[in-house]
Every structure is written in C-alpha cells, then in structure tokens.
Write a protein that binds this ligand. Structure first.
Ligand SMILES: [Zn+2]
Length: 347
C-alpha cells in the first residue's frame, strides 16, 4: 500500500454534521456494515451525519448467496432515497477476518462466507450499475469503528490510540502517528485474538486463552453461570442480566465482570507497552455495563501497565452502534484510489 500524505477533510462541514445535510446538494457517502446479527446500510454526510438508513437481519443460512441477497436488499432500499444520486463513494466494513486487498470476507460469525468475494459482488448488483463506478473502500468493522472514533469520537485529537469493540466478540483497531493502520489485509490490531492466558481455554481461532474468550459478552455470562450466578425467573440469561446482578452485589456476577476487566487491562497494557499509546477507547454492547467495566479496567491497568511510558487513558466510545457505518464512510471519504482501502485518517 503506497503511503499517502495526511489529508484533511475538504468538505467544509463541521465534524459533528453541518451544512452537508440531506437537504443540501453536497456529496454523500454510502456505507455498508455487515455483522453476524444485522446488515446495515446508510447515506452519510461528509460531516459524519447519517441521513438515511436500511437494515436487514443477517440470514442464518449456509448459502453465501442468501447473505449477499440481504446486502443487496439493503442497498436497493437505500437507492430509493433521494440522496442516492449524490453518492460519490462507498465505504464497506464487515465482521472479520476480512482481506481488504482481495476484497473478500470470512466473518467468524457468518459461516456461509469464507473468502466471499464481497467487493466483486457489490460491483455486479443488477439494477445498480452505479455501484461499480464508485470509489470503494473496504475494512474490518473494528477498523471502521476506530476510524469513526478517531475522526468524530473519543479518540479525536489523539495521534496514537487503540479502539475496541467489546461485544459478542472483541475487536480492535489502531491509530498510529495520527492515522488508522489497518494492516495489509485489514486485520491489524485484532486484540481479541491475542492470548492473555497461556493455559486458557481453546479459541475457535486456533489459539488459546484469547482475550475474546475472557472478555466478550458470552464469556462474562458463561463465567458468571460457572460461578453459580443464575438469572432471575423470566429474565434473559445475558450480559445485561449479569450486570444487573453485579450492581446488586452478586459475587459471582461481580467476579465475572472483574475477570473480563482484568483480561481487557492485560491486553490494553500489552498494546500500550508495545506502542506507547495515549488512549484506549472501549465501545460495543458490553459497554452498556461501563459503570462496572471501566473502573475495574482502570484499576487492573495499574497492575499490568506498570512502566511509566505504558500509562494509558481509558475512555468510553462516543458513537454507539452507528460507529461502523460512520467509520466506513469516513474511510471512503478520505481514500484516494478505487478498490483499495487507503486510510489517510487525520484529526
Ligand atoms: Zn482466538
């Protein structure tokens, strides 16, 4: 990937949305965020404002074409919006792993897609030939979230940052020297599959003791159950229920969150020790329990990030569930070459 000089947003709009809204004639970016639960598409202004959106559940199917059809349905719905004619770029992000160089996706949580030629298919959608002509950027969803938080959110103004999505899985991306660094295939910063427990349980990725196996929503719930926590009658057996119990002082629930926080702290400390990062931004569904998680992560960081240069600020993400869409759009807006995923991010 050739290096590009850092560029600034030339739209003239403010970072939080401004004159480039749907009512104006300013260019828009189409964004696509493909996850294991849902597929979302949006039209996004140069200022990061979502002005139209479409959404479909991700089909639970072994057939790649059925998942692709849901993607196409989202884009067709979006194309019905009057702003579609002002679309000048397409930003695509997907659950990983992705291979942005080849334009393929193999999301762990979408088994129907293995080396799925997503970008090629997007250029061949019947009835939407304009897609093939758009400047298109492809990234992993955590990299897109990182771009969004760096440009508009909690990592704004930081030259070196780690941004994490703690949810069904644990994803992460890096900002280094002021730019999002996706790596050659788009998976750099994949902290969820770094081992923080040498003798830990096997992970589907092939390693063992991965951070994701300790800190994901499912891991928190499984650990709480193993320690004897049980959901209240009629309540869901999910992370939100574990969090509710922890807030009431349930020792098993508290221990499950504490173990997740310790794992996150160890992972973050490893990154900050390697890279001298300024901030770690934590987002994703599990951060609905940020009141439990953030103080515990900060406490354990004192233990793991012991060297002075490894000290790192911890912040909650600012952009919520739209971060993938907004970040994919931001990456597309700042990219230079069709079909590649250059990421000259600036603040
Ligand atoms: Zn793993």
């Amino acid at each position: 990937m050739p290096e590009r000089p850092a560029t600034t947003d030339q739209s003239g709009t403010s970072p939080t949305g401004g004159p480039g809204g749907a009512s104006g004639g300013a260019p828009l970016t189409a964004a696509l965020d493909i996850g294991g639960t849902k597929i979302a598409a949006a039209l996004v202004t140069a200022g990061g404002e979502v002005v139209a959106r479409a959404r479909r559940p991700t089909p639970a199917t072994p057939h790649a074409a059925e998942v692709q059809a849901a993607v196409t349905a989202c884009l067709r719905e979006l194309a019905g919006h009057p702003g579609w004619r002002r679309v000048t770029a397409l930003g695509v992000c997907s659950a990983g792993p992705v291979d942005r160089a080849r334009g393929t996706a193999s999301p762990v949580n979408i088994p129907a897609w293995r080396d799925h030629p997503l970008l090629r298919n997007l250029g061949e959608v019947p009835g939407l030939p304009e897609l093939a002509g758009l400047r298109t950027v492809f990234a992993g969803d955590a990299v897109a979230m990182t771009a969004a938080e760096h440009r508009y959110g909690a990592a704004r103004g930081h030259a070196d940052a780690l941004c994490m999505v703690v949810s069904t899985g644990v994803g992460a991306g890096l900002v280094l020297d002021g730019r999002v660094r996706p790596g050659p295939t788009g998976n750099a910063g994949h902290l969820g599959h770094v081992s923080v427990d040498l003798a830990g349980e096997p992970c589907p990725c092939g390693s063992r003791g991965c951070l994701e196996r300790l800190a994901s929503g499912g891991a928190i719930t499984r650990h709480a159950l193993a320690l004897g926590w049980r959901p209240a009658p009629g309540a869901e057996s999910g992370t939100a229920s574990v969090a509710a119990a922890a807030r009431e002082g349930d020792t098993a629930a508290l221990a499950a969150f504490d173990r997740a926080a310790r794992a996150l702290a160890a992972g973050i400390a490893g990154c900050s020790t390697l890279l001298e990062l300024e901030v770690a931004v934590l987002g994703g569904g599990v951060m609905h329990a940020s009141d439990l998680l953030l103080p515990a992560v900060k406490q354990h960081l004192d233990e793991y990030a012991a060297l002075p240069f490894a000290r790192i600020q911890i912040k909650a993400a600012a952009l919520g569930t739209d971060a993938g869409l907004i970040g994919a759009a931001a990456l597309a807006q700042t990219a230079g070459t069709a079909g590649t995923a250059e990421t000259p991010e600036t603040v």
